[in-house]
Unconditional design. Sequence first.
Lengths: 227, 638
Amino acid sequence: MKQKSVIVLIALVFCFSSCIEVLDDIQINTDGTGTLKYNVNLSASKVKINSILALDSLEGKKVPSLEEIKAQIEKFKTALSQQDGIEGVEIEADFENYLFKLKCDFTSVDLLQKAVKTVVEKEYRTENSNLNFDLNWLTWNAEKLERSIPDFQIKKAQELKPEEIELLKSGSYISITRFDRNIKNYSNAKAMLSKNKMAVMLRENAYAVTQNPKLLENTIYLSPEKP
Amino acid sequence: MRTFIRNIQCLTVIFFTVFAVNTGYCQSSEDFIPRTAVSVFSINNIQILQKVSLDELIQYEFMAEIQQELFDGSTAGRSLKDSGFDFDQKLNIFFGKGEEFEVAGFTFGIKDIDALFSVFDDFEEEKSSMEGVRYFRSYFNHLLVADKIGILIRVDPVEKLVKGETDSIWLSRGNKFVPNIFLDEYPETEYEDEEYYDDEEMEDTDDLFNVESEIDQIENGEGDQLIDFNEDLQLKSYNELRDSVFAKMQQKFFQEICVDLFILRKNLKDEDTDLKDLMKHDSEGVFYFDNSRNVVQGTNFSYFRSMFPTLHKDLKELYKGNKIVGDLYLKDDAISAEITAKYGQALGKVYQKMNDSKFDKTITKYIHQESPAYFSYNVNLREAYEEAYKILIPVLKEQKNSRIATNVLAVELINEFINKDAIFDTYKGSMFGTYNGVKKVTVKKLEFNYDEDFNYDEKEVSYLEDMPIFTLGFSTERNDIPEKVLRQIANMTSECKKMGDYWIFENAIFNSVPLYMINKNNLFIFTNDEDLALNHSDGFGSEKLARKQVKEMKKSGFVYANIDWSKMLKTIPVEILETKQADIISALSGQSGNMILTSSKTSQQKTDFKIDYMFEGDYQNSSKYVLDLINSLYIVLH
């Protein structure tokens, strides 16, 4: 019930969100280890979220309490911590501004993907679900990284009603990829290279991403030298 | 239940939009409203049909769908006129909730019974044991036809009674515990769905309309035992048992109502002179609500009945005569509701004292002349308190119960010790409120701030958010007391600050928007209107409410409200709405009006209220206006 409530809240946030900012920041070292940071910033929607949380239910759906949301976050943190290859899971939840930050270290890109898929699949997998948990969104070898966006993330967003998805138009999705070596080049023309040449950033409209996930696809080629 | 609700909705729309009056028949539809009904809404068809004919009505686009619904999808050249309803009779919608069961339904005239069953085609005729009454049933809905009157009725025993009886039988069978897992077996939605009950279940109540047993019981003075402990009950599971108890109770209560209506010939209209008088009115609709029975038969009062029977009797007496009755008029340029709240003598004295209060003109300075909606509520709490104390304490003192005696002593001591002057001078009971439309308010949000290497931190930035603006103010003669409280709060939190003429509490609304408080001029005002707090702490000056409205407000009794729907709709920012919602707002904007609520002075017997809805535009009469409005919305939504 609690899990359903949290899903309802997230759906409602999307419904009423005038602005959502997702920041997906991954650091990959030469040995394949790294750090994932995933931030969701709903501070521009805090009036609406607070007004929703003040209700018991909305459109016949139960609105979760703050305690239920906190419990759900804690559950997610525990589940992720228990996955192979994942260490140092931290979740900062700022309920004043509705800014949520996840940070974890991983021992390999494959284990990171497996861990995320396992935790999310446990939460969302249903008989009728069309979510695909077989696809990878990160492919890494020491020379290059191919990255996109998890399929289930897009599918969940696409399940929103058309009028709800419209409201994502003012939101943004930012994807940052960092390395401990210089970047030689990359495939996505919209991507930007950092001054130190070790990071690439892609910024897209959240709605556009749900309609065309390829917008965040990027293959990044690395130079052997370290700065 | 869905069919029943659909039927009620359908008929309500039809009769709302049609209506007329009855002439030249012996018994009319209003003679079959059960005595257990607590509220009645009666629609006077003839009055309405004089304003909108059936021929005109069926031309509206929305009627096509209603007629399709009535005739199960295929109108095949049939219209509302072929539905068998007698539009020369009133439609009476009733509802009642007692300690044992709920009853809901409507009574109506029948012109052609065969045509009527093209509408009620899911009803099957069953054997009737009452002369002159035909009986039809569809699941738990009953349709009784007596002469040319139809009574569609549903009776449901109250949940508590069903559970109590079921548990009792269940435990008497030797079970130690009452199972609480039945909801897992019967999901709530399925359980409430009428279609869940299969034919076998319905056969349990086959002789539902055999009222002879009920008459025998009445004649023999029996009837207290709700359930006959049949052999087959012994073999049932808890849930089966519960369903059987429900069905049996339903049968018993339905039979009671039938006996009352058709054998004893008793009905609410004959029983209640207020309803009888109402039914003689030539208004387009009348409504009746017996608040005394509503309160006394309510669940909270059942507790008093079992725990403090004398107190229950006294309180029942106190509420006696507490009713709300009214008329609905469809005039040429307005829709009016005239409502009377009637009281018994004791409560009447309290209301009279409470509502006898001097109008505080200062409040009008804080209502902007362009305000789309505002109200004033003018009462004297001190007088009401003293009168209620005088009436209630003697009633409570008579009770021979130690718990009540202790509480009475506590109340008496508090009454002696507290400074009532300070309390009632601080909060006199009078208040006002305004809605000032939607304005942009400044809210803070966090943004990620990136450097050249895409490292980031969060920065607080301001942005503007649409927010409905409200003001709520209270009359006070002791501005010093709220000031004392606010100063203390300011000592405890930096979010509360005095800013000269007003106080501000940062992030008080939805943890995001500031709340302003103006504590001066014998008023204590809460608002999220920054402009009012910063620039108009002494009122809106020349922009305050116009003299005409002030006069109207002052002339009204204890309550006054004014809503300008056109202004109200204009303030809604359509850009944040979905296309369909925006279309509805636009359709309503073209056909909206002004609603005013006024009240009379309160006497010991009653207070009169009047609601006038004056609409804009050129309409022959308000029936046409309502129909056009319904039609516009129908077109937008389809």
